[in-house]
Ligand binder design. Structure first.
Ligand SMILES: Nc1nc2c(ncn2[C@@H]2O[C@H](COP(=O)(O)OP(=O)(O)OP(=O)(O)O)[C@@H](O)[C@H]2O)c(=O)[nH]1
Length: 345
């Protein structure tokens, strides 16, 4: 599964229909009064969060959403038909941003939540509206209001339970492939994973969602790396899994590089529960394992899991630790009264 996390859309609400100038014309009735109807309302453009979508990929194929104009008013006091509204169906977790790509206009966090993106123009009054005691035959009607045209960004923050962190080549894709139903592309060079992948991971009859975040590089939060684009995806995770390549020369340095990124990113990311794992232990002998473990534990100030996405060693322990953190997070959410989707036992 590929995840497009940003999509640009051009939207336009419908213009209101013009009011009509018309007079009653009937046999035997001279000087029939004004009977021009009002114009119909232009269609609105809305966004709505819906169930069952987890990507913005549809917006790669359609970027223009123009609602219909209202119909003009007609004689015999007939009002024009309203233009139909348009609803952009987006996944839960989608943010709507202004054209500047910075101002967040709306955050759709629940199924069924709707936001008005562009209001349709009101229809103009027909000349019937302008009849007064002193002007029995107004030759005047209002034009419909124009529609609103705007360019917006949709940004999806994947709501994953676990965010995978690690330098390029730390083995994130391999881990995901080994533990979940996702089959990301694996290659032996940095930045293989251009889009974050989601995997549904199972352990002890429970399932949770893991998002593979593309490798970070130093300074990514300043826009130097592509990882930055996707860091937003992990903001809502219950726990982060930080993989460190056990075959690296300086595991402590690799560890700190990522932690600096987290700190620099802000948004409370660095305070999230984190599990650190020394990966690729299949390539290390016992002595080297212990050496690397000791170095990494000293750097992170806590216990470190040893695992290998290739041999499968240590994976279950890591998954159980993740599950424990997710359970704790759910309990906390429930206690805070903001219950999430029910946890599958
Ligand atoms: N020996 C060994 N090699 C591994 C292990 N996990 C991954 N590798 C290798 O390390 C390289 C990078 O693995 P990936 O899973 O693509 O790493 P990644 O962290 O997803 O990398 P990016 O997509 O660039 O962020 C590949 O050559 C893998 O075969 C492991 O447990 N043991």
């Amino acid at each position: 599964m590929k995840f497009l996390d940003l999509a640009k859309v051009h939207i336009r609400s419908g213009a209101g229909g013009n009011g009509c100038i018309s007079f009653r014309r009937e046999k035997y009735i001279e000087y029939g009064g004004p009977d021009g109807g009002d114009g119909g309302r232009g269609g609105d453009v809305w966004a709505e969060a819906v169930d069952g979508l987890n990507t913005l990929i549809d917006f790669r194929y359609q970027q223009h959403f123009f609602a219909k104009n209202g119909q003009g008013g007609m004689g015999q006091q007939r009002t024009g038909r309203d233009g139909d509204d348009i609803v952009l169906r987006v996944p839960v977790g989608t943010e709507i941003l202004d054209e500047d790509e910075e101002t967040v206009l709306a955050d759709l966090t629940e199924v069924g939540q709707r936001v008005l993106l562009a209001k349709g123009g009101n229809g103009g009054f027909g000349n019937l509206h302008f009849k007064t005691s002193t002007n029995q035959a107004p030759r005047h009607a209002n034009p419909g209001q124009p529609g609103v045209e705007r360019t917006l960004w949709l940004r999806l923050k994947l709501i994953a339970d676990v965010g995978l962190l690690g330098l390029p080549n730390a083995g994130k894709s391999t881990f995901l492939a080994a533990t979940s139903n996702a089959r990301p592309k694996i290659a032996d060079y940095p930045f293989t994973t251009l889009h974050p992948n989601l995997g549904v991971v199972g352990v002890d009859n429970a399932e949770f969602v893991v998002a593979d975040i593309p490798g970070l590089i130093e300074g990514a939060h300043e826009g130097r790396g592509i990882g930055d684009l996707f860091l937003g995806h992990v903001e809502r995770c219950a726990v982060l899994l930080h993989l460190v390549d056990g075959t690296a020369n300086d595991v402590a340095e690799d560890y700190r590089t990522i932690i600096q990124e987290l700190d620099a990113y802000g948004e409370g990311l660095a305070e999230k529960p984190r599990i650190t794992a020394l990966n690729k232990i299949d390539a290390l002998d016992d002595e080297l394992r212990e050496m690397q473990r000791a170095e990494l534990e000293a750097a992170c100030g806590g216990p470190v899991f040893l695992m290998s996405g290739v041999s499968g060693e240590g994976l279950t322990e890591v998954l159980r630790a993740l599950k424990a953190q997710i359970d704790a997070d759910r309990l906390r959410m429930r206690a805070a009264g903001q219950e999430d989707a029910p946890w599958s036992p």
